[in-house]
Write a protein that binds this ligand. Structure first.
Ligand SMILES: C[S@@+](CC[C@H](N)C(=O)[O-])C[C@H]1O[C@@H](n2cnc3c(N)ncnc32)[C@H](O)[C@@H]1O
Length: 315
């Protein structure tokens, strides 16, 4: 079998252009979007993820009233962030997306090992652990201050924090940052013991945080949702925020994964129809972009059957 650097359903290939045409046909797109949502919820519920129950609990929790506490009114939302996303008309800027994000994240982990009889809890644990193990293997310097960019409802942030906390005697300070005040409100609500030092509402391209203030910055499942210019700007900002010798770690869809390359047409079409920057991500040389802003590329590892972890170091 010949080596493929990316799926044929992404980029400028014939197959990809056909799928894009389908997606751009508005009435078809409207139906597909709703179908994608229904398939996602049904599959999750079938696998024991309490999607609807969890939604109702959050909706009744009163966190809507606490949102102004996390919200930074000065934040400007870039155009790429204000388009429909994941079948939500307002993308990440709505309660519906925030109330469903945890269930969607659990469902995502289950899809990684879909042929194994894992519970959703075990799949999530394995997903996070596969990333942490790569960090542990390659980062030998002490890690005490961590920034999780695109933290969403905080699942990645808490798992990463607990991993480093369990490795060290001294205390680790972890901060989660996201552009959605809705996601951050849920993150704060989930962080019942206040383990995370701060939940910050900011654009990762321009955080306003001080220079050289972190040892490790992570982007977990964020950049496949961004146009490449935004990703490169975030890399430049990460370069500024890291201390010399600090690390940037990215985990995301692996264009070279055979599972991803061989996704059934229904799935990749649904994926492309709900994540508008898919083509851009799958044709983007992430390592080169990191290097272009001054990072040393340390490693790219297929950390699980679907994802890769990319590590860079600030000289
Ligand atoms: C798929 S979620 C990340 C999931 C989470 N890191 C995890 O591993 O479970 C992507 C997140 O990136 C955030 N995001 C997208 N663009 C951003 C930006 N420019 N600045 C900060 N956050 C951004 C979105 O609001 C969303 O919550």
């Amino acid at each position: 079998m010949s080596f493929q650097s990316k799926p044929a359903w992404a980029g400028d290939d014939f197959l990809s252009r056909c799928v894009n045409l389908l997606i751009q046909t508005k009435p078809i797109y409207a139906v597909m979007k709703q179908q994608a949502r229904q398939v996602l919820i049904k599959t999750a519920q079938k696998n024991g993820i309490p999607w609807r129950k969890h939604y109702e609990e959050l909706a009744a929790s009163g966190i809507q009233q606490q949102a102004p506490q996390v919200m930074n009114a000065a934040v400007h939302y870039p155009n790429y962030y204000q388009v429909p996303f994941h079948a939500y008309e307002k993308g990440n800027l709505c309660w519906e997306a925030a109330f469903e994000a945890e269930s969607a994240t659990q469902a995502m982990a289950l899809r990684v090992w879909k042929d194994e009889p894992l519970t959703w809890q075990a799949a999530q644990q394995r997903l996070r652990s596969s990333f942490h193990q790569v960090l542990a293997q390659h980062i030998t310097q002490p890690v005490q201050e961590i920034l999780d960019i695109g933290c969403s409802v905080g699942i990645s942030t808490l798992a990463l924090h607990r991993f480093y906390q369990s490795k060290l005697d001294s205390s680790v300070r972890t901060v989660g940052l996201d552009l959605s005040p809705y996601m951050l409100s849920v993150a704060q609500h989930r962080d019942a013991k206040g383990e995370i030092a701060q939940w910050i509402h900011a654009n990762a391209e321009e955080t306003g945080l001080p220079d050289c203030s972190f040892d490790l910055i992570t982007l977990q499942f964020v950049i496949h949702e961004l146009p490449r210019q935004a990703t490169t700007t975030i890399f430049r900002e990460a370069m500024r925020l890291l201390r010399p010798g600090g690390h940037l770690a990215i985990v995301d869809n692996n264009p070279q994964s055979s599972v991803i390359q061989n996704l059934p047409p229904v799935l990749f079409t649904l994926m492309k129809s709900t994540e508008p920057w898919t083509d851009d991500y799958y044709t983007f040389n992430v390592e080169a972009a990191m290097q272009s802003v001054g990072f040393e590329h340390m490693a790219t590892v297929a950390s699980d059957p679907r994802h890769r972890t990319i590590l860079g170091r600030k000289p």
